[in-house]
Ligand binder design. Sequence first.
Ligand SMILES: [Zn+2]
Ligand SMILES: [Zn+2]
Length: 306
Amino acid sequence: MRFKSFACFVFVPMLLTASLAGGQQPQTAGASKTKIVLLGTGNPGPDPDRSGPATAIVVNDTAYLVDFGPGVVRRAAAAFDNGIKELEPTKLRVAFVTHLHSDHTVGYPDLIFTPWTVGRRVPLEIYGPKGLKAMTEHLLEAYRVDIETRTNPDGNQRGFPEGHKVNAHEITPGIVYKDANVTVTAFATKHAMESYGYHFDTPDRSIVISGDTNPTQETIDACRGCDVLIHEVHTPAFLATRPETFQEFASKYHTTTPQLAELARQAKPKLLILNHYSGLSREELFADMLARYSGHFVIGRDLDVY
Ligand SMILES: [Zn+2]
Ligand SMILES: [Zn+2]
């Protein structure tokens, strides 16, 4: 499912016409210090306009990633080129993964190795569900020849041999990370495997990312009037075109527009960003959500900044 890129605003329905016609750019965070950078809004399918799931929360000088789908480091480099200096690839060093589905983790070796080859000197700190440690160990083993070659007496990276290392932290619900910029709280979600959403508290914003999930009370409780809720979604019309096996899967483990509208009415985010979305078209998704939800929402697109 491929959508052309444009942003949609819903403060006033009239704006839809302007957005569709003019490719209106999203509003940025203005004076607020915390930025959300959508590095990848896509699904498992290889849509060149929508990279694999990855979101950056940028606070002061530090970027925190949620998920690392395919293309994550190149999208970070593109954001850096757009002026977000915190997303310079060698600065990528903390990430949280919602679950271990491949569309959210195929960029893991990219995140481990690409920044190292261009100069990252410190290990990665990665947080996620059980299985993360094994995935990490297997990836490092899979790239053993590369690591040995780069760190031997002849190797390009022998001067900073720590930059490909990973400290993998398997988490349970609750506060999983805290530093001077952020407190990150994980909450259980409902997907096909152990899965988490994340709540970021920064000095000026509260941000919740759902990951892949059926609607859950935990997501509502994590938001409760939060500044930004980033949530997955698909339309009923899209789902009706899919094979029955996927329809059954989605009914248990993903979220429809009617379900998200109801969830958002209870969670009351100041801004709802649709992410990891599917519809018959971007226009169909926008119209469907607009008919069901009167709050402020946007359809995310890669490299949007909020
Ligand atoms: Zn998934
Ligand atoms: Zn997914």
